[in-house]
Design a protein around this ligand. Structure first.
Ligand code: ATP
Ligand code: MG
Length: 573
Protein backbone atom coordinates (compact mmCIF):
# COMPACT_ATOMS: atom_id res chain seq x y z
CA UNK A 1 0.00 0.00 0.00
CA UNK A 2 1.81 3.03 1.32
CA UNK A 3 4.80 5.09 0.34
CA UNK A 4 7.90 3.41 -1.02
CA UNK A 5 10.34 4.07 1.71
CA UNK A 6 13.85 4.20 0.39
CA UNK A 7 16.03 3.65 3.39
CA UNK A 8 18.54 6.37 4.03
CA UNK A 9 22.06 5.05 4.11
CA UNK A 10 23.36 2.39 6.39
CA UNK A 11 24.44 -0.42 4.15
CA UNK A 12 27.40 -2.44 5.36
CA UNK A 13 27.96 -3.69 1.83
CA UNK A 14 27.29 -2.23 -1.57
CA UNK A 15 23.90 -2.83 -3.10
CA UNK A 16 25.05 -4.37 -6.35
CA UNK A 17 24.82 -7.93 -5.09
CA UNK A 18 28.55 -8.34 -4.58
CA UNK A 19 30.07 -10.14 -1.68
CA UNK A 20 32.85 -12.68 -1.77
CA UNK A 21 30.53 -15.68 -1.94
CA UNK A 22 28.34 -14.26 -4.70
CA UNK A 23 31.51 -13.40 -6.61
CA UNK A 24 32.71 -17.01 -6.32
CA UNK A 25 29.39 -18.44 -7.49
CA UNK A 26 29.22 -15.98 -10.38
CA UNK A 27 32.73 -16.93 -11.45
CA UNK A 28 32.02 -20.66 -11.17
CA UNK A 29 29.01 -20.24 -13.46
CA UNK A 30 30.89 -18.04 -15.93
CA UNK A 31 33.84 -20.39 -16.23
CA UNK A 32 31.50 -23.36 -16.55
CA UNK A 33 32.88 -25.12 -13.47
CA UNK A 34 29.28 -25.64 -12.48
CA UNK A 35 26.11 -25.58 -14.56
CA UNK A 36 23.75 -24.75 -11.73
CA UNK A 37 24.36 -23.58 -8.21
CA UNK A 38 23.08 -25.93 -5.50
CA UNK A 39 23.19 -24.78 -1.90
CA UNK A 40 21.57 -26.02 1.27
CA UNK A 41 20.57 -24.77 4.67
CA UNK A 42 21.57 -27.54 7.12
CA UNK A 43 20.07 -27.02 10.57
CA UNK A 44 20.39 -29.52 13.35
CA UNK A 45 16.86 -30.00 14.73
CA UNK A 46 17.86 -29.35 18.32
CA UNK A 47 16.22 -25.95 18.80
CA UNK A 48 14.31 -23.20 17.05
CA UNK A 49 15.85 -21.01 14.38
CA UNK A 50 17.13 -17.59 15.41
CA UNK A 51 18.06 -14.40 13.62
CA UNK A 52 21.61 -15.72 13.07
CA UNK A 53 20.18 -18.63 11.13
CA UNK A 54 18.20 -16.12 9.08
CA UNK A 55 21.50 -14.78 7.79
CA UNK A 56 22.48 -18.24 6.58
CA UNK A 57 19.00 -18.96 5.17
CA UNK A 58 18.87 -15.68 3.22
CA UNK A 59 22.36 -16.33 1.88
CA UNK A 60 21.79 -19.92 0.78
CA UNK A 61 18.27 -19.51 -0.58
CA UNK A 62 19.15 -16.07 -1.93
CA UNK A 63 22.05 -17.48 -3.97
CA UNK A 64 19.78 -20.13 -5.46
CA UNK A 65 17.18 -17.51 -6.38
CA UNK A 66 19.62 -15.00 -7.78
CA UNK A 67 21.59 -17.48 -9.89
CA UNK A 68 18.77 -19.74 -11.01
CA UNK A 69 19.81 -22.71 -8.91
CA UNK A 70 18.21 -24.45 -5.98
CA UNK A 71 18.57 -24.64 -2.24
CA UNK A 72 17.88 -27.72 -0.15
CA UNK A 73 16.60 -27.81 3.36
CA UNK A 74 18.53 -30.60 5.04
CA UNK A 75 18.27 -31.59 8.64
CA UNK A 76 21.59 -32.74 10.05
CA UNK A 77 19.87 -35.07 12.48
CA UNK A 78 22.78 -37.15 13.72
CA UNK A 79 22.30 -36.74 17.46
CA UNK A 80 19.01 -38.21 18.72
CA UNK A 81 19.92 -37.22 22.28
CA UNK A 82 19.07 -33.59 21.55
CA UNK A 83 16.79 -33.64 18.53
CA UNK A 84 13.02 -33.69 18.27
CA UNK A 85 10.21 -33.61 15.73
CA UNK A 86 8.94 -30.37 17.29
CA UNK A 87 12.11 -28.67 16.09
CA UNK A 88 11.85 -30.19 12.61
CA UNK A 89 8.33 -28.77 12.28
CA UNK A 90 9.23 -25.38 13.73
CA UNK A 91 12.24 -25.00 11.44
CA UNK A 92 10.18 -25.71 8.33
CA UNK A 93 7.50 -23.26 9.44
CA UNK A 94 10.08 -20.55 10.09
CA UNK A 95 12.00 -20.96 6.82
CA UNK A 96 8.70 -20.70 4.93
CA UNK A 97 7.64 -17.70 6.94
CA UNK A 98 10.92 -15.99 6.11
CA UNK A 99 9.86 -16.32 2.50
CA UNK A 100 11.79 -19.29 1.14
CA UNK A 101 10.80 -22.55 -0.46
CA UNK A 102 12.83 -25.72 -0.85
CA UNK A 103 10.26 -27.29 -3.18
CA UNK A 104 10.75 -31.05 -3.16
CA UNK A 105 14.27 -30.75 -1.81
CA UNK A 106 13.68 -31.65 1.80
CA UNK A 107 16.34 -34.02 3.10
CA UNK A 108 17.56 -35.60 6.30
CA UNK A 109 21.08 -36.77 7.05
CA UNK A 110 19.39 -39.77 8.69
CA UNK A 111 18.18 -40.82 5.23
CA UNK A 112 21.86 -41.36 4.42
CA UNK A 113 22.73 -43.47 7.47
CA UNK A 114 23.05 -46.67 5.43
CA UNK A 115 25.31 -45.01 2.86
CA UNK A 116 27.40 -43.34 5.55
CA UNK A 117 27.81 -46.68 7.27
CA UNK A 118 28.97 -48.30 4.03
CA UNK A 119 31.53 -45.52 3.57
CA UNK A 120 32.79 -46.08 7.11
CA UNK A 121 33.39 -49.74 6.24
CA UNK A 122 35.19 -48.60 3.09
CA UNK A 123 37.54 -46.55 5.23
CA UNK A 124 38.16 -49.55 7.49
CA UNK A 125 38.93 -51.75 4.49
CA UNK A 126 41.33 -49.13 3.20
CA UNK A 127 43.10 -49.11 6.57
CA UNK A 128 41.88 -45.57 7.18
CA UNK A 129 39.64 -46.16 10.18
CA UNK A 130 39.83 -48.22 13.37
CA UNK A 131 37.77 -49.13 16.38
CA UNK A 132 39.11 -47.54 19.53
CA UNK A 133 38.31 -48.94 22.98
CA UNK A 134 39.58 -45.91 24.87
CA UNK A 135 37.07 -44.04 26.97
CA UNK A 136 35.97 -40.56 25.98
CA UNK A 137 38.23 -39.11 28.68
CA UNK A 138 41.25 -41.08 27.45
CA UNK A 139 40.64 -39.98 23.90
CA UNK A 140 40.45 -36.38 25.02
CA UNK A 141 43.55 -36.66 27.18
CA UNK A 142 45.53 -38.23 24.32
CA UNK A 143 44.45 -35.72 21.73
CA UNK A 144 47.24 -33.28 22.65
CA UNK A 145 46.97 -29.52 22.53
CA UNK A 146 47.60 -26.73 20.08
CA UNK A 147 51.29 -26.90 20.95
CA UNK A 148 51.72 -30.63 21.67
CA UNK A 149 50.99 -33.52 19.33
CA UNK A 150 48.52 -36.21 20.35
CA UNK A 151 49.40 -39.79 21.33
CA UNK A 152 48.45 -42.79 19.23
CA UNK A 153 45.76 -44.98 20.67
CA UNK A 154 46.93 -48.48 21.73
CA UNK A 155 44.18 -49.82 19.43
CA UNK A 156 45.35 -47.92 16.37
CA UNK A 157 47.14 -50.93 14.91
CA UNK A 158 44.14 -53.28 14.83
CA UNK A 159 43.79 -55.36 11.69
CA UNK A 160 41.17 -54.60 9.08
CA UNK A 161 39.39 -57.86 9.91
CA UNK A 162 39.23 -57.11 13.60
CA UNK A 163 38.05 -53.55 12.96
CA UNK A 164 35.32 -54.73 10.58
CA UNK A 165 34.16 -57.32 13.06
CA UNK A 166 34.05 -54.88 15.97
CA UNK A 167 32.37 -52.17 13.94
CA UNK A 168 29.66 -54.58 12.78
CA UNK A 169 29.10 -55.68 16.34
CA UNK A 170 28.88 -52.01 17.39
CA UNK A 171 26.12 -51.64 14.83
CA UNK A 172 24.42 -54.80 16.05
CA UNK A 173 24.18 -53.29 19.53
CA UNK A 174 26.53 -55.73 21.28
CA UNK A 175 28.33 -53.05 23.29
CA UNK A 176 27.09 -50.46 25.78
CA UNK A 177 27.16 -46.72 25.19
CA UNK A 178 30.67 -45.32 25.22
CA UNK A 179 32.43 -48.70 25.10
CA UNK A 180 34.00 -48.10 21.69
CA UNK A 181 34.11 -45.59 18.86
CA UNK A 182 35.14 -45.70 15.24
CA UNK A 183 37.90 -43.23 14.42
CA UNK A 184 39.50 -42.13 11.20
CA UNK A 185 43.20 -42.98 11.02
CA UNK A 186 44.75 -39.73 9.86
CA UNK A 187 47.52 -38.12 11.89
CA UNK A 188 47.78 -37.78 15.67
CA UNK A 189 50.52 -35.18 15.22
CA UNK A 190 48.63 -32.97 12.79
CA UNK A 191 48.78 -29.26 13.48
CA UNK A 192 45.02 -29.31 12.93
CA UNK A 193 43.40 -31.04 15.88
CA UNK A 194 40.40 -31.98 13.72
CA UNK A 195 42.71 -34.33 11.82
CA UNK A 196 43.93 -36.17 14.92
CA UNK A 197 41.92 -39.31 14.28
CA UNK A 198 38.45 -37.77 14.65
CA UNK A 199 35.54 -39.88 15.88
CA UNK A 200 33.30 -41.10 13.05
CA UNK A 201 30.81 -43.24 14.97
CA UNK A 202 29.73 -43.55 18.57
CA UNK A 203 27.52 -46.10 20.28
CA UNK A 204 24.21 -44.68 21.41
CA UNK A 205 21.33 -46.90 22.43
CA UNK A 206 18.70 -44.30 21.84
CA UNK A 207 15.77 -44.19 19.42
CA UNK A 208 15.95 -41.63 16.66
CA UNK A 209 12.91 -39.49 15.72
CA UNK A 210 13.11 -40.79 12.14
CA UNK A 211 14.96 -44.09 12.16
CA UNK A 212 13.47 -45.41 15.37
CA UNK A 213 15.52 -48.18 16.95
CA UNK A 214 17.23 -49.29 13.74
CA UNK A 215 20.58 -47.85 14.79
CA UNK A 216 22.70 -48.37 17.90
CA UNK A 217 25.52 -46.26 16.48
CA UNK A 218 25.32 -42.75 15.06
CA UNK A 219 27.72 -40.87 12.82
CA UNK A 220 29.42 -37.76 14.11
CA UNK A 221 28.32 -34.45 12.67
CA UNK A 222 31.70 -34.12 10.95
CA UNK A 223 31.40 -37.51 9.26
CA UNK A 224 27.81 -36.90 8.13
CA UNK A 225 27.85 -33.28 7.08
CA UNK A 226 30.22 -33.14 4.12
CA UNK A 227 29.17 -36.46 2.66
CA UNK A 228 25.53 -35.44 2.89
CA UNK A 229 26.41 -32.39 0.81
CA UNK A 230 28.18 -34.67 -1.68
CA UNK A 231 25.18 -37.00 -1.94
CA UNK A 232 22.97 -34.00 -2.72
CA UNK A 233 25.43 -32.61 -5.28
CA UNK A 234 25.68 -29.39 -3.32
CA UNK A 235 28.09 -27.17 -5.23
CA UNK A 236 28.78 -24.56 -2.55
CA UNK A 237 28.71 -25.72 1.07
CA UNK A 238 28.41 -22.45 2.91
CA UNK A 239 28.98 -22.43 6.63
CA UNK A 240 30.20 -20.21 9.41
CA UNK A 241 33.82 -19.46 10.25
CA UNK A 242 34.20 -21.95 13.08
CA UNK A 243 34.13 -24.70 10.46
CA UNK A 244 37.14 -23.36 8.60
CA UNK A 245 39.37 -25.72 10.57
CA UNK A 246 37.07 -28.62 9.74
CA UNK A 247 37.39 -28.06 6.00
CA UNK A 248 40.62 -30.13 5.69
CA UNK A 249 38.82 -33.02 7.37
CA UNK A 250 35.77 -32.72 5.09
CA UNK A 251 38.11 -32.63 2.11
CA UNK A 252 39.92 -35.71 3.43
CA UNK A 253 36.66 -37.67 3.51
CA UNK A 254 35.75 -36.54 0.01
CA UNK A 255 39.24 -37.49 -1.15
CA UNK A 256 39.12 -41.01 0.29
CA UNK A 257 35.51 -41.98 -0.32
CA UNK A 258 33.70 -42.85 -3.50
CA UNK A 259 31.31 -39.89 -3.28
CA UNK A 260 29.07 -38.79 -6.17
CA UNK A 261 30.20 -35.15 -6.17
CA UNK A 262 32.75 -32.79 -4.69
CA UNK A 263 31.24 -29.84 -2.88
CA UNK A 264 33.44 -26.87 -2.04
CA UNK A 265 33.12 -25.28 1.35
CA UNK A 266 33.21 -21.54 1.97
CA UNK A 267 33.04 -19.91 5.36
CA UNK A 268 31.47 -16.58 6.30
CA UNK A 269 31.19 -14.67 9.57
CA UNK A 270 28.30 -15.58 11.80
CA UNK A 271 25.95 -12.89 12.98
CA UNK A 272 26.53 -11.48 16.44
CA UNK A 273 24.05 -8.94 17.78
CA UNK A 274 24.35 -6.63 20.77
CA UNK A 275 22.08 -7.36 23.76
CA UNK A 276 21.43 -10.78 22.27
CA UNK A 277 22.66 -14.33 22.75
CA UNK A 278 22.46 -16.61 19.72
CA UNK A 279 23.87 -19.73 21.29
CA UNK A 280 21.31 -22.52 20.97
CA UNK A 281 22.51 -23.96 24.23
CA UNK A 282 21.67 -20.74 26.08
CA UNK A 283 18.39 -20.29 24.20
CA UNK A 284 17.39 -23.82 25.18
CA UNK A 285 18.17 -23.09 28.81
CA UNK A 286 16.20 -19.82 28.70
CA UNK A 287 13.18 -21.87 27.66
CA UNK A 288 13.75 -24.89 29.89
CA UNK A 289 14.52 -22.87 33.01
CA UNK A 290 11.50 -20.61 32.51
CA UNK A 291 13.32 -17.31 31.99
CA UNK A 292 10.96 -16.84 29.03
CA UNK A 293 7.54 -18.31 28.28
CA UNK A 294 8.73 -20.44 25.36
CA UNK A 295 10.70 -20.48 22.12
CA UNK A 296 8.21 -17.97 20.71
CA UNK A 297 8.39 -15.55 23.61
CA UNK A 298 8.46 -12.14 21.88
CA UNK A 299 11.70 -11.30 23.70
CA UNK A 300 13.51 -14.23 22.13
CA UNK A 301 15.80 -13.70 19.11
CA UNK A 302 14.18 -16.75 17.51
CA UNK A 303 12.24 -16.31 14.28
CA UNK A 304 9.15 -17.56 16.14
CA UNK A 305 9.70 -14.94 18.84
CA UNK A 306 10.35 -12.13 16.37
CA UNK A 307 7.23 -13.10 14.42
CA UNK A 308 5.12 -13.05 17.57
CA UNK A 309 6.62 -9.69 18.47
CA UNK A 310 5.28 -8.43 15.15
CA UNK A 311 8.50 -8.24 13.17
CA UNK A 312 7.70 -8.75 9.48
CA UNK A 313 9.76 -11.30 7.57
CA UNK A 314 10.55 -8.54 5.10
CA UNK A 315 12.29 -6.57 7.85
CA UNK A 316 14.52 -9.52 8.66
CA UNK A 317 15.43 -9.97 5.02
CA UNK A 318 16.14 -6.25 4.75
CA UNK A 319 18.33 -6.38 7.85
CA UNK A 320 20.29 -9.36 6.54
CA UNK A 321 20.86 -7.55 3.27
CA UNK A 322 22.17 -4.48 5.05
CA UNK A 323 24.65 -6.33 7.23
CA UNK A 324 26.06 -8.13 4.22
CA UNK A 325 28.30 -11.17 4.07
CA UNK A 326 31.91 -10.94 5.13
CA UNK A 327 34.78 -13.12 6.26
CA UNK A 328 35.64 -11.18 9.41
CA UNK A 329 33.61 -11.61 12.57
CA UNK A 330 31.78 -8.51 13.71
CA UNK A 331 29.20 -7.33 16.16
CA UNK A 332 26.05 -5.72 14.82
CA UNK A 333 24.11 -3.17 16.85
CA UNK A 334 20.61 -4.38 17.67
CA UNK A 335 19.48 -0.87 16.64
CA UNK A 336 20.19 -1.87 13.09
CA UNK A 337 17.52 -4.56 13.26
CA UNK A 338 15.09 -2.05 14.77
CA UNK A 339 15.93 0.30 11.93
CA UNK A 340 14.87 -2.29 9.34
CA UNK A 341 11.72 -3.11 11.31
CA UNK A 342 10.71 0.56 11.46
CA UNK A 343 11.39 0.99 7.77
CA UNK A 344 9.00 -1.77 6.84
CA UNK A 345 6.35 -1.03 9.44
CA UNK A 346 6.34 2.69 8.74
CA UNK A 347 5.19 1.81 5.26
CA UNK A 348 2.71 -0.89 6.20
CA UNK A 349 1.21 -0.06 9.55
CA UNK A 350 -2.05 1.86 9.77
CA UNK A 351 -2.10 4.62 12.39
CA UNK A 352 -4.28 4.24 15.44
CA UNK A 353 -4.62 5.89 18.81
CA UNK A 354 -4.11 4.04 22.05
CA UNK A 355 -3.44 5.33 25.52
CA UNK A 356 -1.05 3.07 27.38
CA UNK A 357 -1.17 4.68 30.85
CA UNK A 358 -4.51 6.51 30.96
CA UNK A 359 -5.28 9.73 32.78
CA UNK A 360 -8.89 10.86 32.66
CA UNK A 361 -9.79 14.24 31.20
CA UNK A 362 -13.22 15.85 31.61
CA UNK A 363 -13.99 18.65 29.18
CA UNK A 364 -16.21 20.85 31.28
CA UNK A 365 -17.71 22.90 28.48
CA UNK A 366 -18.44 19.93 26.21
CA UNK A 367 -22.09 18.88 26.37
CA UNK A 368 -22.84 15.74 28.29
CA UNK A 369 -24.06 12.90 26.07
CA UNK A 370 -22.78 14.53 22.87
CA UNK A 371 -20.59 12.40 20.57
CA UNK A 372 -18.82 13.65 17.46
CA UNK A 373 -17.29 11.38 14.85
CA UNK A 374 -14.02 13.02 13.88
CA UNK A 375 -12.12 12.04 10.79
CA UNK A 376 -8.56 10.68 11.07
CA UNK A 377 -6.13 9.59 8.37
CA UNK A 378 -5.08 5.94 8.41
CA UNK A 379 -1.65 6.74 7.03
CA UNK A 380 -0.03 10.16 6.82
CA UNK A 381 1.89 9.42 3.62
CA UNK A 382 -0.65 7.33 1.81
CA UNK A 383 -4.05 8.76 1.00
CA UNK A 384 -5.15 5.43 -0.46
CA UNK A 385 -5.13 3.97 3.06
CA UNK A 386 -8.25 6.06 3.66
CA UNK A 387 -9.72 7.57 6.77
CA UNK A 388 -11.67 6.40 9.78
CA UNK A 389 -14.00 8.03 12.29
CA UNK A 390 -13.00 8.46 15.90
CA UNK A 391 -15.63 9.22 18.54
CA UNK A 392 -15.01 12.33 20.63
CA UNK A 393 -16.92 13.01 23.84
CA UNK A 394 -16.82 14.91 27.12
CA UNK A 395 -14.69 12.33 28.92
CA UNK A 396 -11.42 11.24 27.43
CA UNK A 397 -8.21 9.50 28.36
CA UNK A 398 -4.81 10.93 27.62
CA UNK A 399 -1.37 9.56 28.37
CA UNK A 400 -0.36 10.15 31.98
CA UNK A 401 3.09 11.24 30.76
CA UNK A 402 1.50 14.01 28.71
CA UNK A 403 0.58 15.93 31.84
CA UNK A 404 2.85 17.51 34.44
CA UNK A 405 1.63 19.55 37.32
CA UNK A 406 4.92 21.38 37.67
CA UNK A 407 6.37 21.28 34.19
CA UNK A 408 10.05 21.95 33.61
CA UNK A 409 10.94 24.65 31.12
CA UNK A 410 10.74 22.70 27.89
CA UNK A 411 7.65 20.69 28.66
CA UNK A 412 5.04 21.88 26.15
CA UNK A 413 2.37 19.30 26.76
CA UNK A 414 -0.48 19.64 29.20
CA UNK A 415 -0.03 21.39 32.54
CA UNK A 416 -2.29 23.63 34.62
CA UNK A 417 -3.25 26.60 32.45
CA UNK A 418 -1.55 25.37 29.28
CA UNK A 419 -3.18 24.62 25.95
CA UNK A 420 -2.49 21.67 23.62
CA UNK A 421 -4.00 20.16 20.52
CA UNK A 422 -5.81 16.85 20.73
CA UNK A 423 -4.88 15.00 17.56
CA UNK A 424 -7.65 15.26 14.90
CA UNK A 425 -9.88 17.09 17.41
CA UNK A 426 -9.68 20.38 19.32
CA UNK A 427 -7.43 22.60 21.40
CA UNK A 428 -7.98 22.05 25.08
CA UNK A 429 -6.75 24.03 28.07
CA UNK A 430 -6.22 22.53 31.51
CA UNK A 431 -8.25 24.33 34.13
CA UNK A 432 -7.84 22.12 37.16
CA UNK A 433 -6.85 18.81 38.68
CA UNK A 434 -8.78 16.34 40.82
CA UNK A 435 -6.88 14.27 43.36
CA UNK A 436 -7.58 11.00 45.08
CA UNK A 437 -7.29 10.54 48.85
CA UNK A 438 -3.58 9.83 48.47
CA UNK A 439 -3.10 13.22 46.88
CA UNK A 440 -2.35 11.83 43.42
CA UNK A 441 -3.74 13.43 40.28
CA UNK A 442 -6.69 11.30 39.27
CA UNK A 443 -8.44 13.45 36.72
CA UNK A 444 -7.91 16.66 34.77
CA UNK A 445 -10.54 19.28 34.19
CA UNK A 446 -10.20 21.03 30.85
CA UNK A 447 -12.07 23.38 28.52
CA UNK A 448 -12.09 23.04 24.75
CA UNK A 449 -12.33 25.70 22.07
CA UNK A 450 -15.16 24.70 19.68
CA UNK A 451 -13.65 26.95 16.98
CA UNK A 452 -10.57 24.73 16.73
CA UNK A 453 -12.34 21.65 15.37
CA UNK A 454 -9.94 19.66 13.22
CA UNK A 455 -6.97 21.05 15.14
CA UNK A 456 -6.47 24.63 13.94
CA UNK A 457 -7.40 27.94 15.51
CA UNK A 458 -9.07 30.48 13.18
CA UNK A 459 -7.32 33.30 15.05
CA UNK A 460 -3.99 31.76 14.10
CA UNK A 461 -2.87 31.03 17.66
CA UNK A 462 -0.46 28.17 18.04
CA UNK A 463 0.06 25.36 20.49
CA UNK A 464 3.40 23.65 20.90
CA UNK A 465 2.20 20.11 21.41
CA UNK A 466 -0.24 17.64 19.90
CA UNK A 467 -1.21 14.70 22.04
CA UNK A 468 -3.21 11.54 21.40
CA UNK A 469 -6.36 10.53 23.25
CA UNK A 470 -9.31 8.16 23.23
CA UNK A 471 -12.90 8.67 24.29
CA UNK A 472 -13.43 7.14 27.74
CA UNK A 473 -16.81 5.59 26.95
CA UNK A 474 -15.97 4.41 23.44
CA UNK A 475 -12.46 3.07 23.91
CA UNK A 476 -11.78 -0.56 24.74
CA UNK A 477 -9.60 -1.97 27.49
CA UNK A 478 -6.42 -3.70 26.42
CA UNK A 479 -3.21 -5.12 27.76
CA UNK A 480 -0.04 -3.77 26.24
CA UNK A 481 3.28 -5.55 26.53
CA UNK A 482 6.41 -3.52 26.06
CA UNK A 483 9.16 -5.78 24.79
CA UNK A 484 12.64 -4.66 25.78
CA UNK A 485 16.04 -6.29 25.19
CA UNK A 486 16.32 -9.61 26.97
CA UNK A 487 19.92 -8.92 27.98
CA UNK A 488 20.89 -5.68 29.64
CA UNK A 489 24.59 -5.92 28.81
CA UNK A 490 25.57 -4.89 25.27
CA UNK A 491 27.73 -7.99 24.87
CA UNK A 492 26.36 -10.72 27.15
CA UNK A 493 28.86 -13.41 28.05
CA UNK A 494 26.66 -16.15 26.61
CA UNK A 495 28.27 -18.55 29.06
CA UNK A 496 26.74 -20.65 31.81
CA UNK A 497 26.30 -17.56 33.98
CA UNK A 498 24.06 -15.97 31.34
CA UNK A 499 21.31 -15.30 33.88
CA UNK A 500 23.36 -12.51 35.46
CA UNK A 501 23.11 -10.54 32.22
CA UNK A 502 19.35 -10.84 31.88
CA UNK A 503 17.40 -7.59 31.80
CA UNK A 504 14.92 -7.63 34.70
CA UNK A 505 12.75 -5.16 32.75
CA UNK A 506 12.66 -7.09 29.49
CA UNK A 507 8.87 -7.28 29.70
CA UNK A 508 6.67 -4.44 30.96
CA UNK A 509 2.99 -5.27 31.13
CA UNK A 510 0.56 -2.35 31.04
CA UNK A 511 -2.74 -3.84 32.11
CA UNK A 512 -4.97 -0.79 31.88
CA UNK A 513 -4.42 0.53 28.37
CA UNK A 514 -7.31 1.91 26.29
CA UNK A 515 -7.55 1.56 22.51
CA UNK A 516 -9.70 3.34 19.95
CA UNK A 517 -12.74 1.45 18.58
CA UNK A 518 -11.11 0.93 15.17
CA UNK A 519 -8.92 -1.66 16.90
CA UNK A 520 -11.89 -3.73 18.02
CA UNK A 521 -11.67 -6.41 15.34
CA UNK A 522 -9.94 -9.21 17.18
CA UNK A 523 -9.17 -11.13 14.00
CA UNK A 524 -7.10 -8.28 12.59
CA UNK A 525 -3.48 -9.38 12.69
CA UNK A 526 -2.10 -6.45 10.71
CA UNK A 527 0.59 -4.36 12.39
CA UNK A 528 -0.44 -0.91 13.60
CA UNK A 529 1.29 2.21 14.74
CA UNK A 530 -0.03 3.58 17.99
CA UNK A 531 0.57 7.24 17.33
CA UNK A 532 3.53 8.66 19.26
CA UNK A 533 4.19 5.23 20.83
CA UNK A 534 5.53 2.77 18.34
CA UNK A 535 4.52 -0.23 16.27
CA UNK A 536 2.32 -2.89 17.80
CA UNK A 537 0.67 -6.16 16.90
CA UNK A 538 -1.94 -8.39 18.48
CA UNK A 539 -0.53 -11.20 20.60
CA UNK A 540 -2.05 -14.70 20.42
CA UNK A 541 -2.83 -14.38 24.13
CA UNK A 542 -5.62 -11.94 23.14
CA UNK A 543 -9.20 -12.78 24.00
CA UNK A 544 -12.10 -11.09 22.20
CA UNK A 545 -12.93 -9.08 25.32
CA UNK A 546 -9.33 -8.42 26.20
CA UNK A 547 -6.92 -7.76 23.36
CA UNK A 548 -3.20 -7.99 24.08
CA UNK A 549 -0.77 -5.95 22.03
CA UNK A 550 2.99 -6.39 21.82
CA UNK A 551 5.19 -3.43 21.12
CA UNK A 552 7.24 -4.57 18.16
CA UNK A 553 9.51 -1.55 18.26
CA UNK A 554 9.32 2.02 19.54
CA UNK A 555 9.25 5.04 17.27
CA UNK A 556 12.44 6.63 18.45
CA UNK A 557 15.05 6.24 15.88
CA UNK A 558 18.36 7.08 17.47
CA UNK A 559 20.05 4.59 15.21
CA UNK A 560 19.05 6.45 12.06
CA UNK A 561 20.68 9.57 13.50
CA UNK A 562 23.81 7.59 14.11
CA UNK A 563 23.83 6.55 10.48
CA UNK A 564 23.20 10.10 9.30
CA UNK A 565 26.29 11.19 11.22
CA UNK A 566 28.26 8.62 9.25
CA UNK A 567 28.72 6.17 12.10
CA UNK A 568 29.26 2.58 11.09
CA UNK A 569 26.61 0.32 12.59
CA UNK A 570 28.70 -2.81 12.17
CA UNK A 571 31.59 -2.23 14.53
CA UNK A 572 34.50 -4.65 14.64
CA UNK A 573 34.23 -7.09 17.52
P1 ATP B 1 24.84 -25.76 17.18
O1 ATP B 1 25.54 -26.35 15.97
O2 ATP B 1 25.75 -25.34 18.26
O3 ATP B 1 23.69 -26.56 17.65
P2 ATP B 1 24.10 -23.71 15.34
O4 ATP B 1 23.53 -22.38 15.63
O5 ATP B 1 25.35 -23.82 14.56
O6 ATP B 1 24.21 -24.40 16.72
P3 ATP B 1 22.88 -25.32 13.30
O7 ATP B 1 21.54 -25.93 13.30
O8 ATP B 1 24.06 -26.18 13.13
O9 ATP B 1 22.97 -24.53 14.66
O10 ATP B 1 22.90 -24.13 12.25
C1 ATP B 1 22.47 -24.29 10.92
C2 ATP B 1 23.23 -23.35 10.03
O11 ATP B 1 23.07 -22.00 10.46
C3 ATP B 1 24.70 -23.65 10.05
O12 ATP B 1 25.16 -23.72 8.73
C4 ATP B 1 25.31 -22.50 10.78
O13 ATP B 1 26.58 -22.21 10.27
C5 ATP B 1 24.32 -21.37 10.53
N1 ATP B 1 24.33 -20.42 11.66
C6 ATP B 1 24.16 -20.71 12.96
N2 ATP B 1 24.29 -19.62 13.72
C7 ATP B 1 24.54 -18.59 12.88
C8 ATP B 1 24.78 -17.19 13.06
N3 ATP B 1 24.79 -16.62 14.26
N4 ATP B 1 25.03 -16.45 11.95
C9 ATP B 1 25.02 -17.00 10.74
N5 ATP B 1 24.81 -18.31 10.50
C10 ATP B 1 24.57 -19.11 11.56
MG1 MG C 1 26.03 -26.00 13.96
Amino acid sequence: MAREDTASGGTAQDDSGHDFIRDIVRADLETGRIKQVITRFPPEPNGYLHIGHAKSICLNFGLAEEFGGRCHLRFDDTNPAKEAQEYVDAIQRDVRWLGFDWGEHLYFASDYFEQLYAWAEDLIRAGLAYVDDQSQEEIRANRGTLTEPGRDSPYRGRSVAENLDLFRRMRAGEFPNGARVLRAKIDMASGNINLRDPVLYRILHLPHPRTGTAWKIYPSYDFAHGQSDAIEHVTHSICTLEFEDHRPLYDWFIEHLDVPSRPRQYEFARLNLTHTVLSKRVLTRLVQEGHVTGWDDPRMPTLAGLRRRGVPAEAIRDFVKRIGVAKANSLVDIGMLDFSIRNVLNRRALRRMAVLRPLKVVIENYPEGKVEELEAANHPDDASAGVRKIPFSRELYIERDDFMEQPPKKFFRLSPGSEVRLRYAYFIRCTGVVRNSAGEVEELRCRYDPATRGGNAPDGRKVRATIHWVSAAHSLPAEVRLINPLFRTPVPSGGDDFAADLNPHSLEVLGGARIEPALADSSDAAPVQFERQGYFCRDPDSRPDRPVFNRTVGLRDSFAKELAKGGDPAQGA
